[in-house]
Ligand binder design. Structure first.
Ligand SMILES: C[S@@+](CC[C@H](N)C(=O)[O-])C[C@H]1O[C@@H](n2cnc3c(N)ncnc32)[C@H](O)[C@@H]1O
Length: 193
């Protein structure tokens, strides 16, 4: 097994493949004030095996396109959706998040937990904006600093691993620069990390 296959194998057994929690997905639905009975078209980008997709399918009146570039994860998502009785609300799409096939103004909601960093936060939010209907919502999570200063060792590590890491306030400015009007954010509790 090569390193990538090993990594995938390790992660596909988990409920999630990144930081988050089902209660926090629901909290984000509430914070974004998404109307649960409205018929919605949603994309969950970088969905992994679908932890957030399943919560969205259960709580919203939505047709969800779950996007990931790993077909193995999408196969598991489809199995989980069948078991949860929400398969009719979810379709899967194996595709890279920087080459999405959605039309302009096609989506009510773009959801993306712990995934946009793969192409970089700014590139992702800039490219995805055109897929949203007027008044549409982007709900995303992103690694951020919680304070304005931190140990040099941590700074050095993340500057090399993900130079875009920054404060939430900076991410808000990036969103504004690309046409979004931020509603709010919350810090994922430590048990989600
Ligand atoms: C940290 S995991 C988060 C998965 C899921 N959102 C969750 O919270 O459990 C990041 C996901 O992004 C996917 N991914 C990475 N690069 C991608 C790309 N360029 N296009 C689509 N998916 C990608 C990975 O396969 C993985 O499932």
């Amino acid at each position: 097994m090569d390193d990538f296959t090993l990594l995938m194998d390790l992660h596909k057994q988990g409920h999630r493949q990144g930081p988050g929690g089902d209660a926090e997905t629901e909290l984000a639905i509430n914070l974004a004030m998404i109307e649960r009975t409205d018929p919605l078209k949603v994309a969950d980008i970088g969905c992994g095996t679908g932890a957030s997709t399943l919560v969205l399918a259960r709580l919203l009146n939505a047709q969800i396109t779950a996007v990931d570039f790993l077909q193995d994860f999408l196969d598991l998502l489809n199995e989980r959706a069948e078991s949860a009785g929400v398969a009719d609300r979810i379709s899967t799409l194996a595709c890279s998040m920087d080459n999405l096939p959605f039309a302009n103004e096609e989506l009510d909601v773009i959801w993306s937990e712990g995934a946009v960093y793969n192409i970089g936060f700014e590139k992702g939010v800039a490219e995805w904006q055109r897929f949203l209907k007027p008044g549409g919502l982007l709900v995303t999570s992103e690694i951020t600093w919680l304070t304005d200063s931190r140990p040099a060792e941590l700074q050095k590590h993340w500057d090399s691993e993900y130079p875009e890491i920054d404060l939430a306030s900076t991410k808000m400015r990036v969103l504004e620069k690309h046409g979004y009007s931020p509603i709010g954010y919350f810090v994922l509790p430590e048990h989600c990390w």
